[in-house]
Design a protein around this ligand. Structure first.
Ligand SMILES: Nc1ncnc2c1ncn2[C@@H]1O[C@H](COP(=O)(O)OP(=O)(O)O)[C@@H](O)[C@H]1O
Ligand SMILES: [Mg+2]
Length: 414
């Protein structure tokens, strides 16, 4: 049985290793940082020290330095067990301090135990740092130590900056989704009541028209009311797409076939053409065909309107396996990614954040509902839509939709 000092600021890791060592017949003492470890060593002699490096107050490097320059402690075998300082340079620095071993976490516990047991029985390496250290060596140590620390800090800062950026983006996604959620409830409620009023107006105006003669002046006025009411009804139908009744009725569809079909329809008689780059094995998706038709039509119509002089819309589709590392507001797993890219006017930076907002439009005759509805539909399908654009170069819309779990279906419904 040996007495082992385990030093780690992570209580869970420390306790786990302690329990494991005790189960294997050893005695284990724990400490949360270098200072605590030195304190324990004053009253409790141990056969070996195993320590983490990155710890508050006194880290593993400093602890090793204290031990290896102390007459009473220098003969205790010293092992670094680290998950943060893992480069070759870190290892070199650690071994130069006089440590016997340098192990990168995580390691199978049985293997770790073997290393501990063999190291205890090996003679302690001649510590390269003499107990009575010269000022020059001390300077060398400090320079090396700061270099290791600065490298680590720089990396940590970069990691944190990346993390902050990702979090900000995620927050934006959440805020946008919440905003649209409340607007959708509001719009859905209004659309329902409004539709009822419009139905009454339309019914009565049509009836009034039938009571007049087309040659009478009033017939023309009534026709205007009828036309405006019909258009208003269409608008409320679009607003209704936000509401809860728009729960998707899903079936298995091929998004690529749907796009090719719709592009033909939307772009017939236009100077805009569509180019497809779609892999043959593209997965099917579970989607509401009507709603997905709205999304794709909106995107193609917008692209077409952005290229009044004509141009090419490039459609790419590929299968992708979304993982947590993609930092997308999506569940992990198989998705179909569709990219619709045009060469139109593009979207100025100041508008990029607004284009999915209901009623945001830069067009004279626009309703500003197309993208808001598309966003809401894609969200209801557990997907995600985003945009990138450069003014004068074009706009690129990217959609992710979860792939259907069953891909074996022979009949592809479009
Ligand atoms: N492909 C595109 N190229 C340039 N601008 C676009 C594109 N798609 C959308 N937009 C911008 O986003 C706004 C909102 O689009 P949308 O919601 O479809 O409403 P609408 O087409 O009725 O204006 C448009 O008015 C336009 O300014
Ligand atoms: Mg539109």
């Amino acid at each position: 049985m040996s007495k082992i000092l385990v030093v780690d600021d992570e209580v869970k890791a420390c306790t786990l290793l302690k329990r494991f060592l005790e189960a294997k017949g050893h005695e284990a003492v724990t400490a949360g940082n270098g200072i605590e470890a030195l304190e324990k060593l004053k009253t409790c002699p141990v056969d070996i020290i195993i320590t983490d490096i990155l710890m508050p107050e006194m880290d593993g490097f400093q602890l090793c330095r204290e031990c290896k320059t102390n007459d009473k402690l220098s003969q205790i075998p010293f092992i670094f067990y680290t998950a943060t300082y893992i480069s070759k340079k870190d290892e070199e620095f650690a071994l130069n301090l006089g440590a016997e071993k340098f192990i990168v976490k995580p390691l199978d516990l049985d293997k770790l135990l073997k290393i501990l047991e063999t190291t205890i029985n090996e003679p302690v390496s001649a510590a390269p740092v003499a107990p009575k250290i010269s000022i020059k060596e001390d300077e060398g140590y400090l320079a090396g130590y700061s270099k290791r620390l600065v490298t680590k800090l720089e990396k940590k800062v970069l990691d944190l900056e990346k993390e902050i950026k990702i979090r900000k983006k995620m927050e934006e996604y959440v805020i946008k989704a919440q905003k649209l959620e409340s607007l959708s409830t509001f719009a859905g409620g209004i659309a329902h009541d409004f539709n009822n009023f419009l139905s009454i107006i339309l019914y009565n105006v049509t009836f009034a028209k039938s009571c007049t003669n087309p040659t009478e002046e009033i017939f023309g006025y009534l026709s205007y009311i009828e036309k405006a009411s019909t258009e208003a009804k269409d608008l409320t139908r679009q607003l209704g797409s936000f509401s809860r009744c728009g729960v998707p009725v899903k079936e298995k569809i091929s998004i690529s076939a749907l796009i090719s079909e719709l592009s033909k329809l939307v772009l017939s008689d236009s100077a805009v053409s569509c180019e497809f780059h779609i892999s043959d094995d593209i997965w099917l998706i579970d989607a509401d065909k009507g709603q997905m038709t709205q999304v794709i039509s909106n995107l193609i119509i917008n692209a077409k309107q952005a290229m009044p002089e004509g141009g090419i819309i490039r459609v790419r589709a590929e299968n992708i396996n979304v993982t947590a590392e993609d930092y997308l507001p999506l569940n992990e797993g198989k998705h179909v990614k569709v990219i619709i890219e045009d060469q139109g006017t593009g979207i100025p930076d100041e508008n990029l954040q607004k284009i999915f907002d209901p009623c945001f439009t830069t067009k004279q005759e626009g309703s500003g509902l197309g993208l808001a509805i598309s966003y809401s539909i894609i969200k209801k399908h557990d997907g995600h839509i985003s945009v990138e654009s450069e003014t004068g170069v074009g706009a690129t819309f990217t959609i992710y939709l979860p792939a259907s779990l069953e891909q074996t279906e022979k009949t592809i419904s479009v």
